[in-house]
Write a protein that binds this ligand. Structure first.
Ligand code: PLP
Length: 428
């Protein structure tokens, strides 16, 4: 469910025509709906209300400051995976005590930064990382609250690149190592076991892998709690799938129906860290058609957005619905050379055959200058964008009812070369 709707033949973001945004801000541009974002957050929290869940937004999905501020105002916590993400959350005005720091490769400076700012917890993924946190905490004469990220060896049935809960992935600790490391924590003076954590993957569209994961986490938690009175929280991760095609994801309440009975009365604080679920369908990518051409039997619609703006189709073969912003075009006919409807590859101008937004897709006749709306682009969209082919990164726009604001300016050509020099100052 989202607030990108057809009104009088034109796609709107809430009450603002997307064409108005394109005229004012240019293309490509990411457009986010405040109402959709806030609605998703509230529906998620309410679905799990019985557990009084601590909902930590996974910042990696979309770290724009305006998005972070909106979620902070809604009472969200934050799951971060780098010093940069902590910096962003703090810059958005949220409190460090609402941050959980994850990730398998935290550097020493990142651990120092997190401890200095007093984040809620650092989730540990290896013996070596625990040693380093202990050492940094000792130097600061404090005790660090840590969690153990468990790799429960559960198959989330998702794309292999976003599957993180199987034993062969680089994430977390197997159950035996988790127990051993809990023992090590008990012997150390500068770390204290506060939580258990698991995140098994992303775009998960069935409750069963969560049920397996939560069952393992709870068994382990109940055991470990005997020796660790400080163990108060269980974090079941993010990964809840969304509609890209239109019907693949279960309702939030279906996930809740499977998980609440397992978790109620556990005595643990229950933490969750959805990213995609909150922002994915709260954003679209607006792009303008530059050319339409044919090659053999194929129709190519060449747009001004490319793999550098939205890499998901090229990286994962991900599907994004794409439709013209003007309804006239969605149902129309006719057009220019190669402009008749039917199947098309919707591509960008980047010099890679892997540069596409959609392949072999039904698309009405469109012409140069027409606007297209790439749906479900709010998560893992802008954050994964790059300057490849020396393309300035797109603008980001937030819509709130009948008004909109640029929440990240389009990069300039000067931005492209910031920090570079053609005349090196050599260091002997
Ligand atoms: C540790 C952790 N938590 C949460 C998430 C968020 O996943 P999603 O956006 O699918 O909810 C991720 C994503 O990779 C993650 O690595």
């Amino acid at each position: 469910m989202d607030d990108f709707v057809d009104r009088n033949g034109r796609l709107h973001a809430e009450d603002v025509p997307l064409s108005r945004i394109a005229e004012s801000v240019g293309t490509p541009a990411f457009v986010y709906s405040r109402a959709t974002l806030v609605g998703h957050f509230r529906r998620f929290r309410d679905a799990f209300a019985e557990l009084r869940p601590h909902v930590g937004y996974a910042v990696k999905a979309n770290g724009n400051l305006a998005i972070l501020r909106l979620l902070a105002d809604e009472g969200a916590r934050f799951d971060v995976v780098s010093r940069g993400e902590i910096f962003r959350v703090l810059r958005a005005g949220a409190d460090a005590s609402r941050i959980d720091f994850e990730g398998p490769g935290k550097r020493k400076d990142e651990i120092e930064y997190a401890l200095d700012r007093k984040v809620r917890i650092l989730n540990v993924e290896s013996e070596a990382e625990l040693d380093l946190i202990d050492e940094v905490a000792a130097a600061k004469r404090l005790t660090a609250d840590v969690g153990l990220r468990v790799n429960p060896d559960v198959d989330p049935h998702t794309h292999v690149y976003i599957s993180t809960g199987k034993a062969e992935t680089k994430f977390g600790l197997d159950i035996e190592r988790t127990r051993r490391l809990a023992g090590t924590i008990a012997e150390r003076k500068h770390v204290r076991l506060k939580g258990l954590h698991a995140h098994i993957g992303s775009q998960i569209t069935e409750p069963a892998p969560y049920v397996e994961t939560v069952t393992r986490l709870l068994d382990l938690g109940r055991d470990l709690r005997r020796a660790h009175a400080s163990l108060v929280s269980i974090n079941i991760g993010g990964g809840f799938g969304i509609h890209y095609r239109g019907d693949e994801a279960p309702e939030m309440k279906e996930f809740a129906a499977a998980l609440v009975p397992l978790l109620r009365g556990s005595g643990f604080e229950i933490h969750m860290e959805p990213g995609r679920l909150l922002v994915g369908n709260a954003g679209v990518l607006l792009t303008r058609v530059t050319y339409v051409k044919r090659s053999g039997e194929k129709r190519f619609v060449i747009c001004d957005a490319a793999m550098n703006d939205l890499i998901r189709p090229s990286l994962y073969g991900a599907f994004h619905r794409i439709e013209p912003v003007e309804t006239r075009l969605r149902h129309g006919s006719g057009g220019q050379e190669g402009g008749s409807g039917g199947r098309a590859d919707i591509v960008g101008p980047v010099c890679e055959s892997g540069d596409f937004l959609a392949k072999d897709r039904d698309l009405p006749p469109v012409e140069a200058g027409d606007l297209l709306c790439v749906r479900s682009a709010g998560a893992y969209g802008f954050v994964m964008s790059s300057n490849y082919n020396a393309r300035p990164r797109a603008a980001e726009v937030l819509v709130d009812g009948a008004r909109f604001a640029v929440v990240r300016a389009r990069e300039t050509y000067d931005d492209l070369v910031r920090g570079e020099t053609a005349d090196p100052e050599w260091i002997p």
